[in-house]
Design a protein around this ligand. Structure first.
Ligand code: CA
Length: 232
C-alpha cells in the first residue's frame, strides 16, 4: 500500500484528504507544520507528498526545496496545494521541481486522480526498450540517468516534464492530442481539464531553449515533436 504524506495545517482539509486517500486505498500520514512534515518524510519514506504552500512555520516552497535536497526524498513525487496562480511557475519550475499542483479549492476527485497519476509513473517498471538514449536534433536524452542535454547544455526538468518530453520524442513526427497526452503522460483517462497539458507544454517549451521550435502546436488538435532531420 502506498503511503502519502500530507503536509497541511488546515485541520478540516487534512482530515478530508486523509479520508479520501483512504477511500482510494492509500495510506495517509498527516503533518501540520513544515518541520513535522520533514521529520515524517524521513521516518515514513512516503511514496508521494501532498504539500501545502502556506504553512504556519515555514513556506511549502522551502519544504519542497528541502525534500529535493535530501537523498531519501529527492525523487519523491510532490503535489503542491496552492492558493495563488502566480506561484505556479516557481512551484513547477527549475528552482523547486514539484511534479504537479492543484489550486484551492479543488475537488477531491481531481486530487485523487492526480495522486494516482503521479504514483503510476513512479511505480511503473521501465521496460528495457524504454531505457535507451533518445536523440532528436540538438536534444539528447539519457533515460537511465534522467538527463536532458540541449545543444550541449544540461537542462533540469521535473519528473512530469521529462515524461512529457520523452513521450513526444518517442513519437516524433506524430500528432498527439491533449487527451492522448493526458493518458500517456498523466495516466489519466477520465475527463480531466486538458488545460493542464497546455500549461506543462508551455513550461517544457520554455526550458527547451534552442530546441523549443521542435515542439509544435497544432491548433485544436494537439502537439507534435518535429524531427528536424526528417522534415528537412
Ligand atoms: Ca495552509
Amino acid at each position: 500500500m502506498s503511503t502519502i504524506l500530507v503536509i497541511e495545517d488546515e485541520a478540516d482539509l487534512a482530515r478530508l484528504l486523509d479520508y479520501n486517500l483512504q477511500q482510494a486505498g492509500l495510506r495517509a500520514v498527516l503533518a501540520n507544520t513544515g518541520a513535522a512534515g520533514l521529520a515524517q518524510a524521513a521516518r515514513e519514506k512516503p511514496d508521494l507528498v501532498i504539500l501545502d504552500i502556506m504553512l504556519p512555520d515555514t513556506s511549502g516552497l522551502e519544504v519542497c526545496r528541502a525534500l529535493r535536497s535530501r537523498t531519501l526524498t529527492k525523487d519523491v513525487p510532490i503535489l503542491m496545494l496552492t492558493a495563488k496562480g502566480e506561484e505556479i511557475d516557481r512551484v513547477l519550475g527549475f528552482e523547486l521541481g514539484a511534479d504537479d499542483y492543484v489550486v484551492k479549492p479543488f475537488s477531491m476527485r481531481e486530487l485523487v486522480l492526480r495522486v494516482r497519476a503521479l504514483l503510476g509513473r513512479s511505480v511503473r517498471a521501465t521496460p528495457a526498450a524504454e531505457t535507451g538514449p533518445l536523440k532528436l536534433g540538438c536534444i539528447e536524452v539519457d533515460r537511465t540517468a534522467h538527463r536532458v542535454v540541449i545543444d550541449g547544455r544540461e537542462v533540469t526538468l521535473t519528473a512530469l516534464e521529462f515524461r512529457l518530453l520523452t513521450t513526444l520524442m518517442e513519437r516524433a513526427g506524430r500528432v498527439l492530442s491533449r487527451d492522448q497526452l493526458l493518458e500517456d503522460v498523466w495516466d489519466i483517462t477520465a475527463d480531466v481539464e486538458t488545460r493542464t497539458v497546455d500549461t506543462h507544454v508551455k513550461r517544457l517549451r520554455e526550458k527547451l531553449g534552442a530546441a523549443r521550435d521542435y515542439l509544435e502546436t497544432l491548433r485544436g488538435v494537439g502537439y507534435r515533436m518535429r524531427d528536424p532531420a526528417g522534415s528537412a
